[in-house]
Design a protein around this ligand. Structure first.
Ligand code: ATP
Length: 512
């Protein structure tokens, strides 16, 4: 992950937001290449789910909506992630994610290493006095090692024989009294409260110039509700019949308790959401088809199969109105995590909006005349999470001629730059003129760059590192034979192609 973050900053994919002022937690800006990549992600999605289907239309609703929307959707009353605050270091942690954070915290990683070498009490005492003191100063084991160790002696010997679960073991290291397991703070090791506090995740703002009298509105926490409130208008305007869906891409805002893992969890992010309206009878089948379609989309975008999995939610994970939900997960460097959720939301949303607005939002079957609320299948993904998965999946390191070559193997659709035009000699006017002419011609069809700021070997490496599909090199011979060298990013094979045929060649190869 560190390599990806550093590459993104160095090469202009993603920067920390307002960095000159020290940055803002959880906010990131997309640089020149990142902006291209993200646009490609969105247009590939739009093309697949809107343009290439007969049963979908698009929408672009506003971020600010009538406040009643969020009462109807349930966000005002229950959109919260209970969190705990550490009494010592004051950090906040999401209650349902706190053990994930503990498991990956620096002090637990260090302790795990120490325990794998030797699991006896003298070794633990040594760890507590050295690494533990630095990494988890408030852990009971660190503050009172003799006391803690005296009553966990039994579990320690069992730990050596792998009978003790590591989570139980950590809970005991955090405890002050024998036998009472506690949750340690991932940051400093102090005992965390057992009960969480619920805080609404919606960001608020004021409409109107005078704050005291202005209307309080929310920055939408999801794009979905914009689709539901427009259901009737879309139906009337397009004369669609069931089943059909509405797709939307747009910003969403959540006051997340903890934000980490780069662009995986942000407070301002973009969603790509579909609400697909169907009958109750067809909903289950339709849900299955969407799971398949969405999984295939990630595969078609070049993501390796072994890094994707689908995870159906257990009954107790489901929202009270949902009949089913399945997540598509990606194997991020920090573990398997949700990329997209595909839910069967039943007819809950339209019914709620009908109730709160007093409008009739039912659908009428023209043959039977029957009126009813359609069921809704919702594939809901994040643009930023998808972009992160594409970056991680594309990242490759290989040794070529004793040197490490970093290459982003983006798919053709996603690569921010399709071709780089490189003059072999930047002081040769003939070469430069021809190279610029070629770039000028290609850029009408492909995203291209021109670069003459280094020697050719270095220029190739730079383009590999950002995933440019083809490098087109203009040399002295090009001036005589009208041919250029085209180098393939993945195979590094080079071919001489006539300048007249170059556009057609790239068109075929990139099949855009
Ligand atoms: P999580 O459990 O990770 O908080 P969620 O289940 O609350 O996610 P949904 O409400 O289902 O997420 O949102 C749909 C999609 O929007 C997610 O699959 C994810 O891709 C994206 N998303 C949600 N929250 C964030 C965020 N804070 N930052 C970036 N993307 C997000």
């Amino acid at each position: 992950m560190e390599k990806i973050v550093s590459l993104c900053k160095r090469r202009g994919f993603i920067f920390p937001s307002s960095e000159i002022y020290g940055g803002l937690a959880s906010a990131w800006d997309y640089g020149p290449l990142g902006a291209e990549l993200k646009r490609n992600v969105k247009s590939a999605w739009w093309s697949t789910v809107v343009h290439q289907r007969d049963d979908m239309v698009g929408l672009d609703a506003s971020i600010l909506m009538h406040p009643r929307t969020w009462e109807a959707s349930g966000h005002v009353s229950s959109f919260s992630d209970p969190f705990v605050q550490c009494p010592s270091c004051q950090r906040h942690f999401r209650l349902d994610k706190v053990w994930d954070e503990i498991e990956s915290s620096p002090w637990v990683v260090s302790l795990r290493e120490a325990m794998s070498v030797d699991a006896d009490s003298s070794y633990l005492l040594h760890w507590a006095r050295t690494e533990g003191k630095k990494l988890a100063p408030n852990l009971s084991l660190v503050k009172e090692p003799e006391v803690t160790l005296s009553w966990i002696a039994d579990s320690l010997s069992a730990f050596g024989q792998h009978k003790v679960n590591f989570k139980d073991f950590l809970s005991r290291l955090a405890a002050r009294q024998s036998g009472i397991a506690q949750t340690p703070c991932p940051q400093c090791g102090a005992i965390l409260p057992e009960e969480g506090v619920a805080a609404n995740l919606m960001l608020k703002t004021f409409l109107g110039p005078v704050e005291q009298t202005a209307e309080k509105v929310y920055l939408r926490p999801e794009t979905a509700q914009g689709i539901f409130v427009n259901f009737k208008s879309v139906l009337d305007a397009t004369h669609r019949r069931l089943p059909f869906g509405i797709a939307q891409i747009g910003k969403a805002f959540r006051n997340e308790v903890t934000t980490k893992n780069f662009i995986f969890r942000m407070r301002e992010f973009e969603q790509m959401e579909i609400e697909y309206f169907t009958t109750k009878q067809d909903a289950e089948d339709c849900h299955r088809r969407w799971i398949e379609d969405r999984l295939n989309w990630y595969l078609n975008m070049g993501v390796r199969k072994e890094n994707l999995r689908v995870r159906p939610h257990a009954k107790d994970e489901l929202a009270h109105y949902a009949a089913a939900c399945t997540d598509i997960e990606y194997n991020f460097p920090f573990g398997w995590s949700e990329l997209e959720g595909i839910a069967n939301r039943t007819d809950y949303d339209l019914k709620q909006h009908a109730k709160f607005s007093g409008q009739d939002l039912q659908y009428q079957d023209l043959t039977t005349g029957a009126k009813f609320y359609p069921y809704v299948i919702e594939p809901s993904g994040g643009v930023d999470r998808a972009t992160l998965a594409f970056l991680v999946d594309a990242y490759h390191e290989e040794i070529v001629k004793d040197r490490t070559r970093v290459v982003l193997r983006f798919s053709k659709e996603l690569a921010p730059v399709k071709a780089a035009v490189l003059p072999l000699l930047k002081k040769n006017d003939g070469i430069v003129t021809l190279a610029k002419r070629i770039k000028n011609d290609l850029q009408k069809e492909f995203a291209c760059v021109y670069d003459d700021t280094a020697a050719i070997g270095k220029l190739y490496r730079r383009q590999d590192e950002v995933g440019t599909f083809y490098c087109v090199t203009v040399d002295v011979e090009s001036l005589e034979d009208g041919q250029v060298t085209v180098r393939d990013r993945d195979t590094m094979a080079q071919e001489r192609i006539s300048v007249d045929r170059l556009k057609e060649y790239l068109r075929e190869k990139l099949a855009l």
